[in-house]
Design a protein. Structure first.
Length: 339
């Protein structure tokens, strides 16, 4: 039996259930039980959608869903528990995305109390790493026409989100004594030459999404200061403003015959519709939306909280944004149901 609570208590309860990817099972069980009690009172259905052992999505619906609210259950490390200072709720997942889950649930409950049907709630695993839950859900569509995805947008309707292109770049060489460098072949120098090309790639810009950017996130290699290095590797992340074919070609050109490329993630940028009456924004991060592949309907992106504090030790969410989000989600659902 799950005891019901106000939206702030629910947010804190969700935060306090550690769900760092891939450890979403406990929060999934909590949400399944919580939504099952709502469904029992409102003639709804709740199910687990298996993704892999001990990992499942949670899907609740009231009638055949026309509008589905969705976000992810997992968080990034490290875990830290919730606290409340009156203005903010703090803790890992506060804005990314436990506060969003709570506001979505309360919005759906309020709409059900008004007699609205055709609603769904879909909470998925794995967004912070590889969108495993969204990819699994894409194989199990339920006829939804619209997918309202929740990420921190400060309650603004996002007109677009950048894509992601991540590579491992590996260079190989030949070890030698550093006093006789001509006997070796430096993998680090090869990698540095490639990375200099990467930094100079003409990635372009989009009138809505802005400039594509590249980040050299990690570098490792070498054996010792007095050894010519035989191995070096870097991880590079490109924020895409299009499908990504041009950036992929540029990365291949930059690597040339100096290094090997391993593509780890490729997610295209997404453009979304504008609706009258909703404040808009553009976000530079990547979401689960491309992984759904349209299987759950036309995507929209909106949620309380600021991405600027997500993934930090200062993660928090304004209480009034959680409350505002409930009303905004209700307005958005009503508008889409009339479409």
């Amino acid at each position: 039996m799950v005891s019901f609570m106000n939206v702030f208590d629910l947010t804190r309860k969700l935060i306090d259930i550690e769900s760092i990817t891939p450890n979403e099972e406990a929060v999934g069980e909590f949400l399944f039980a919580y939504l099952s009690e709502i469904a029992a009172r409102t003639n709804g259905l709740v199910e687990r959608m298996d993704v892999e052992p001990h990992r499942f999505n949670v899907f609740a619906h009231w009638g055949d869903p026309t509008v589905t609210f969705s976000t992810h259950m997992d968080t990034v490390p490290p875990f830290f528990a919730s606290r409340d200072d009156g203005e903010f709720i703090w803790g890992r997942g506060a804005c990314d995305v436990k506060g969003i889950i709570a506001s979505m649930i309360f919005a759906v409950e309020a709409l059900l109390a008004e007699g609205v049907r055709g609603l769904g709630l879909l909470f998925v695993v794995g967004e912070e790493r590889n969108s495993a839950g969204a990819f699994a859900a894409a194989k199990q569509p339920r006829g939804s026409r619209f997918l309202i995805n929740g990420e921190p947008t400060e309650n603004k309707l996002a007109l677009g989100s950048k894509g992601a292109l991540r590579y491992e770049i590996t260079a190989h060489g030949r070890m030698a004594h550093s006093a006789y460098p001509h006997l070796g072949e430096s993998a680090i120098e090869k990698l540095l030459d490639v990375l200099e090309r990467v930094r100079r790639m003409p990635l372009g810009a989009d009138p809505i999404l802005g400039a594509s950017t590249v980040n050299i996130g990690t570098i490792k290699g070498g054996r010792a200061p007095n050894v010519i290095p035989d191995f070096a590797q870097a991880e590079v992340f490109v924020r895409l403003i299009d499908h990504g074919e041009a950036a992929r070609a540029l990365m291949t050109e930059a690597a040339g015959d100096l290094a090997e490329l391993k593509e780890v993630i490729w997610v295209p940028a997404v453009h979304m519709k504008k609706l009258d009456g909703f404040e808009t924004c553009v976000v530079a991060y990547t979401t689960d939306i491309p992984a759904f592949e349209g299987a759950w309907g036309e995507p929209l992106l909106l949620g309380p909280g600021s991405i600027n504090v997500a993934h930090t030790d200062e993660e928090r969410i304004l209480k009034h944004e959680i409350i505002d989000a409930i009303e905004i989600y209700k307005q958005l659902a009503r508008k889409l149901l009339q479409t």
